[in-house]
Design a binder for this molecule. Structure first.
Ligand code: CUA
Length: 326
C-alpha cells in the first residue's frame, strides 16, 4: 500500500481552513477576534516548542561532554520556565480580555432575533424595533455590517448555536436566556450548526445563514412578514387542501390559512428556504416528497410522523404546495 505524503495531508488540512463553515475564514467581528487569538496562540506555542526542543538538543550535546553546565542551567531556567511562563500568562490575559467584547450587547435599537433550539430544528423569531414579530424556522438572514442580538433558549434539552464563520458558540439552556451578538462583515451564505449533543438527530440540526446587503435584507424580512399567497397551480391547490385535510395544520402554521399549529416549524414561506428538515435535504420537489413519506428515516426521533401511507398523487401535490409557499 502506498502511504500518503505528509505534505499532501498538510495541504488537505489547510484547504479545510477556508469556506462557509470555517473559524479561520472569518466573516464576522466575533470570529475575527477568535481567529486572531488562534493565530497568536499557535505562534506562542510554536515559540515555546522551539525553545524546549532546542533545550532538549542542547542537553544531549552537554551530556556528551560539550558546553558548560552553568550555561545549560541558565538555558533551562530561562528557556524552559521563564519564557513559557511569561508567554502563556500574556496569552491567557489577552484571551480573557477578549471575552467581554465578544459578549457585549449591540447598541440599543438593534434588531433582535430569538432562536429556540427544538428537537431537532430551530425556531426563529424576528423582533422588529416597532414590536412586530414574525416567526420563521431553520434559516437565519442577517444584514451585513449591522450588529444583531440573538436571544437563545430551549424548551427541553441543551443545544448550542454555532456559526463558526461569524462568532463563537453559545449554549441554549432550558429555563435561561443566553445572548450572542453577531456582526457580519461580508455578504455570503454560511453554515450554522448545533454544537452540543442533544439527542438522536443532533447531527441533522443545521441551518444556512444568509448575510446580505441591508436593503436586500429588509426586502427579505418584509416578504417574510406577509401571509402566504393562495396557490394558483392546480397541483399546489390540491396540495393545500390535502395539507389541511391530513391535519398538518395541527402542528404547522401557514399564515393566511386555517393552519395555525405552533408545535412544528412555521411553513408560511417554506418554499423560499434553502433547505428542509433543518438542513437535512435541499429544498426541491423530490426532496420534499421524500421528507413527507420517510420523515423518521431521514431524521431519527423526529416528532413529525411520516405520511408515506398517503396516495402517491397526494404526496406530489403536497410537495408542490409546500414548494409554492414562497
Ligand atoms: Cu441540538 Cu445538538
Amino acid at each position: 500500500m502506498r502511504s500518503t505524503h505528509p505534505l499532501l495531508i498538510g495541504a488537505l488540512t489547510l484547504a479545510g481552513c477556508a469556506g462557509p463553515s470555517s473559524v479561520l475564514d472569518p466573516a464576522g467581528r466575533g470570529a475575527e477576534r477568535i481567529a486572531h487569538l488562534f493565530w497568536w496562540m499557535t505562534g506562542g506555542a510554536l515559540v515555546i516548542w522551539l525553545l524546549v526542543a532546542g533545550i532538549a538538543l542542547y542537553a544531549t550535546y552537554v551530556s556528551a561532554g560539550g558546553g558548560s553546565i552553568k550555561a545549560a542551567r541558565r538555558l533551562v531556567v530561562v528557556g524552559g520556565a521563564v519564557v513559557p511562563a511569561v508567554l502563556l500568562t500574556a496569552l491567557l490575559a489577552w484571551g480573557l480580555a477578549l471575552i467581554p467584547p465578544l459578549l457585549a450587547p449591540p447598541p440599543p435599537g438593534s434588531l433582535t432575533i430569538v432562536v429556540t433550539g427544538e428537537q431537532w430544528w430551530w425556531r426563529v423569531r424576528y423582533l422588529a424595533p416597532d414590536g412586530a414579530t414574525v416567526e420563521l424556522a431553520n434559516e437565519l438572514h442577517l444584514p451585513v455590517g449591522q450588529p444583531v442580538e440573538l436571544r437563545l433558549d430551549s424548551p427541553d434539552v441543551i443545544h448550542s448555536l454555532w456559526i463558526p464563520a461569524l462568532a463563537g458558540k453559545v449554549d441554549m439552556i432550558p429555563g435561561r436566556t443566553t445572548r450572542l451578538t453577531l456582526e457580519p462583515t461580508r455578504a455570503g451564505v454560511f453554515d450554522g450548526i448545533c454544537a452540543e449533543y442533544c439527542g438522536a438527530s443532533h447531527a441533522f440540526m443545521t441551518f444556512p445563514v444568509v448575510v446580505s446587503e441591508p436593503e436586500e435584507f429588509r426586502r427579505w424580512l418584509a416578504r417574510q412578514t406577509q401571509a402566504a399567497s393562495p396557490a394558483t397551480d392546480p397541483a399546489a391547490k390540491l396540495g393545500g387542501e390535502a395539507f389541511l385535510a391530513s391535519g398538518c395544520g395541527a402542528c404547522h402554521a401557514v399564515r393566511g390559512t386555517e393552519a395555525k399549529g405552533v408545535v412544528g416549524p412555521d411553513l408560511t414561506h417554506v418554499g423560499s428556504r434553502r433547505t428542509i428538515g433543518a438542513g437535512r435535504l435541499p429544498n426541491e420537489l423530490d426532496a420534499l416528497h421524500r421528507w413527507l413519506s420517510r420523515t423518521g428515516e431521514l431524521k431519527p426521533g423526529a416528532t413529525m410522523p411520516a405520511f408515506g401511507m398517503l396516495p402517491e398523487q397526494e404526496l406530489r401535490s403536497l410537495a408542490a404546495y409546500l414548494k409554492g409557499l414562497q
